[in-house]
Design a protein around this ligand. Structure first.
Ligand SMILES: Cc1cc2nc3c(=O)[nH]c(=O)nc-3n(C[C@H](O)[C@H](O)[C@H](O)COP(=O)(O)OP(=O)(O)OC[C@H]3O[C@@H](n4cnc5c(N)ncnc54)[C@H](O)[C@@H]3O)c2cc1C
Length: 803
């Protein structure tokens, strides 16, 4: 084994092999993969090899498409067959909701260039004759589903990588990883050590153990998974291979395997494997079968596909594979560890392995993943993902693998975990809570405890009239919202302003002022949007998206100077309440000595104040677009502040409102939100944030790319639409049509209660952004006329916020 390599990849499953291949393809040849046994010795060898393009996150779906298309390339380079069978696949719906879901998936696929088709039960039965039609209501057909040979794929990647210059060492266990002060690594193995500039943890089933070698606990857990292969079936004799099917109601995937059928299930009562430590002596082993556990699914399977009942079982496979809490991979650099990368938690290695390898190799070689991979970024998780949290969420995710997630559906596992001091008080007001990073936050308020439940639906739900009442209260009197679920950063030191000016596209505000700002990467794309609140010359209170706290800190720390400025995440030290609406000023004024008039405390002011006995920061800003104030206090004061505002608020018609109303109101104002309108695939001009990019100040990250975008105008434009919707509003990811063609996609949508119509925000080609007519938005399979608005639907001039 060589003693030095630019990169050591730990683990020779399908993911490690793909990373190795992609590194060589990106030009790094001095790369070494170390595998403790033979290639495929983790989850890979016993996988069913199924692959498909559909994923809830369109950006992950794109990488799945890429993976499937890659197999030809690695077969050509390596001469090794991947055993690709593109059979096509159908997804079978047994309920109206499932058919709605399929229609939405088809629509989403449309702007990704996927060729999905909704078909009738009769058409489905022609393609998949084993099904009993009486159980189904319709289906979706995907022509590029299929399966591969897991061994073939892994070896094709490995051989292609070796042809590209990579080395692979087998039968060698990495036992430890030691960081050197220059950020390089000593990779300790049972066959000697390697000094590596970079290390990639692609250790699959053992990724947790390899993570522990560098002091991190990755949020992944292996689950047992079973599939069975039936004996030969006369029904299949002489038949050409049938396509794949997913039967959602049975939680089953099924396909032909030679003369029989292969059927796997994500059972409700899924069982984790090796919850704390994965044994090193587990290799190309299987776990004991437990057909009893999957009996309920098998029963449904035999009812839905009756011929299986008589076929007998030839083989059962029970093997473990790993999941992150949301079922998507964990990819990227780890905050606080130089040159240490992960590519693990990949639960669909044959659909996702190629995309994971591509994104990680670009990230390592070019400093940027080159695509929007927020949905797989390891930094989407923070401190709340303890081992027990991960355990609960992974079990839930596994058991719901084929379940519908409704847009208004909050999942119950691991809750309540994190609560703010006013949680019980909000509960007493019949709050319906959502879970955000493990934190409970109010979504809406019901009139009674009995009604405090979301009835899940793709259409307007039981919450609709209550959310309407909350929006009306903000419009006509005053609303009170808990805003604790934001990310907050305390930035201090003499170099604070200089550093922030370099990091952010907008000018750092004067002391006592607030400025909104995009944060750009070197390619001039949006990687954050923040509110900068200048407390003092050397102190800024920065507010952003909480879910991205680790993502931001990773970026901040990468760019921090050796001295002069410190950044401290403090999201849960400061919790918040916001008052908004025409009476918000009078309400707050009744509690503070400071003058809140526009003359003394204009829009975008920020000041430390005493609200009754409570010390806090008050900012004159509101995401609702109405006159409003945000108040940040340390956690110990939140109850007192809440009581104070509620009591004083009685005289002003105060009503509590939640996240749903806030979302509707920010859409009425065309205010974008991170991970929806603002993502690393858009530039600030495309996103309509040009007024927050200050080219007059000195250099900042992404400046030249942003200047180019300004000159060219960018390719896309964020547009607000008024939609002629009926009983369902856009929620995001719906296609936008123009003159009969799909031209863009919706990023957010809601019913705007203050303006009394349905709204959507979405991107269209810049050239079309001024078209007056011809737009339609497809909601649950139906196209609705969409009218492009030239400004925000609510208070387009912004007068209400400012006066
Ligand atoms: C029953 C079953 C059916 C499945 N069906 C499908 C399917 O149809 N389609 C699909 O896409 N996916 C399927 N999967 C999931 C698929 O197997 C995984 O997504 C994939 O194998 C993950 O690959 P990996 O490379 O991340 O991990 P692994 O395959 O676990 O590879 C990790 C490798 O790292 C090595 N390693 C670990 N630690 C060290 C160390 N310290 N030193 C050296 N080497 C080390 C291991 O020996 C192993 O070879 C299935 C899984 C199971 C269990």
């Amino acid at each position: 084994m060589k003693s030095h390599a630019k990169v050591v990849v730990v683990g020779g499953g399908v993911v490690g092999a793909s990373v190795l291949y992609h590194l060589t393809k990106a030009g790094w040849k001095d790369v070494l993969l170390i595998e403790r046994a033979e290639l495929t010795s983790g989850s890979t060898w016993h996988a069913a090899g199924g692959m498909h393009t559909v994923n809830g996150d369109p950006n992950v779906a794109k990488l799945q498409q890429y993976t499937i298309e890659l197999y030809k390339e690695i077969e050509r380079i390596s001469g090794q067959s991947c055993g690709v069978h593109i059979t096509g696949g159908i997804m079978l719906a047994g309920t109206r909701e499932r058919l709605d879901w399929l229609k939405m998936a088809k629509a989403r696929g449309r702007y990704l260039g996927m060729d999905l088709e909704i078909i009738s039960v009769d058409e489905a039965a022609k393609l998949f004759p084993l099904m009993d039609k009486s159980h189904f209501t319709g289906a979706m057909y995907d022509p590029i589903e299929g399966h591969v040979d897991p061994y073939g794929v892994t070896h094709a990647y490995a051989k292609s990588a070796q042809i590209g210059g990579a080395d692979i060492v087998r039968q060698t266990l990495v036992t430890d990883l030691k960081a050197r002060t220059d950020g390089s690594w000593d990779v300790i193995t049972d066959h000697g050590n390697v000094h590596a500039e970079h290390v990639v943890n692609a250790a699959g089933l053992w990724a947790r153990e390899v993570g522990r070698m560098v002091g991190i606990e990755l949020p992944i857990l292996a689950m047992e998974h079973q599939y069975l292969i039936t004996g030969d079936m006369p029904e299949l004799a002489g038949r050409k291979e049938q396509l794949h099917a997913i039967d959602f109601e049975g939680e089953i995937y099924i396909r032909q395997e030679r003369g029989g059928m292969l059927m796997g299930t994500y059972e409700r009562a899924g069982v984790p494997w090796s919850e704390v430590t994965t044994p090193w002596d587990f290799g190309q082993d299987l776990l004991p079968n437990d057909l009893e556990r999957i009996a309920p699914s098998l029963e449904v399977g035999f009812a839905h596909f009756p011929a299986l009942g008589g076929a007998g079982i030839r083989k059962v496979v029970n093997g473990p594979f790993t999941f992150a809490p949301d079922g998507n991979p964990l990819v990227g650099p780890i905050r606080g560890l130089k040159n240490f990368w992960v590519a693990c938690g990949v639960m669909a290695g044959f659909s996702q392995g190629g995309g994971v390898g591509l994104a990680l190799s670009r990230w390592m070689v070019d400093g940027d993943p080159g695509a929007d991979i927020w949905g797989m970024d390891v930094a989407r998780y923070g401190d709340w993902t303890t081992m027990a949290y991960t355990n609960a969420k992974v079990r839930e995710n596994y058991s719901r693998r084929f379940s519908i997630r409704f847009p208004n559906e909050e999942l119950p596992a691991a809750r309540p975990l994190r609560t703010t001091p006013i949680y019980e008080k909000l509960q007493a007001e019949h709050a319906v809570f959502g879970d955000y990073c493990g934190l409970e936050h109010p979504l809406w308020f019901a009139p009674s405890a009995r009604e405090a439940e979301d009835l899940i639906s793709f259409r307007r739900s039981n919450a609709h009239p209550h959310v309407a009442a909350e929006c009306k209260a903000v419009q006509n009197s005053v609303g009170l919202l808990e805003i604790s679920n934001y990310g907050k950063f305390d930035i201090r030191g003499p170099a604070t302003a200089e550093w922030l000016s370099h990091m952010m596209a907008n000018r750092v505000p004067a002391v006592g002022r607030i400025a909104l700002t995009p944060m750009l990467n070197g390619r001039g794309k949006l990687i954050g949007d923040f509110t900068m609140c200048r407390v003092a010359a050397d102190h800024v209170f920065l507010v952003g998206t909480y879910a991205a706290e680790t993502y931001y800190m990773r970026w901040f720390e990468r760019h921090l100077p050796a001295s002069g400025v410190t950044v401290r995440p403090c999201a849960m030290e400061y919790v918040g309440l916001s008052v908004a609406g025409p009476h918000s000023r009078a309400l707050l004024q009744s509690l503070v000595r400071d003058d809140l008039s526009t003359a003394a405390f204009p829009f975008m002011s920020f000041k430390r104040m005493e609200i009754g006995m409570v010390p806090g920061y008050v900012g004159r800003v509101s995401f609702t677009g109405d006159l409003g104030f945000e108040i940040w206090v340390t956690t110990d004061y939140q109850r007192a502040l809440y009581d104070l505002l509620v009591k004083a608020g009685r005289d002003y018609g105060l009503k509590l409102f939640g996240g749903r109303a806030l979302n509707a109101m920010r859409i009425e104002k065309s205010f974008g939100s991170w991970a929806r309108e603002y993502r690393p695939i858009y530039g600030p001009f495309e996103a309509g944030l040009d007024r927050f990019v200050d080219f007059k100040k000195s250099e900042f990250i992404g400046r030249s790319a942003a200047a180019e975008e300004k000159d060219s105008g960018g390719a896309l434009r964020l547009v607000t639409f008024k939609v002629d919707a009926t009983d369902a509003d856009a929620i995001g990811d719906e296609p936008i049509w123009h003159d009969g063609k799909t031209v863009g996609w919706v990023t957010s949508g809601a019913f705007g209660h203050r303006v009394n119509h349905s709204l959507a925000l979405g991107y269209v080609p810049a050239a079309l952004a001024r078209a007056d007519a011809g737009f339609e938005i497809e909601i649950i399979g139906e196209r609705h006329k969409a009218h492009r608005l030239t400004g925000a639907a609510f208070d387009a001039s912004g007068k209400l916020m400012r006066t």
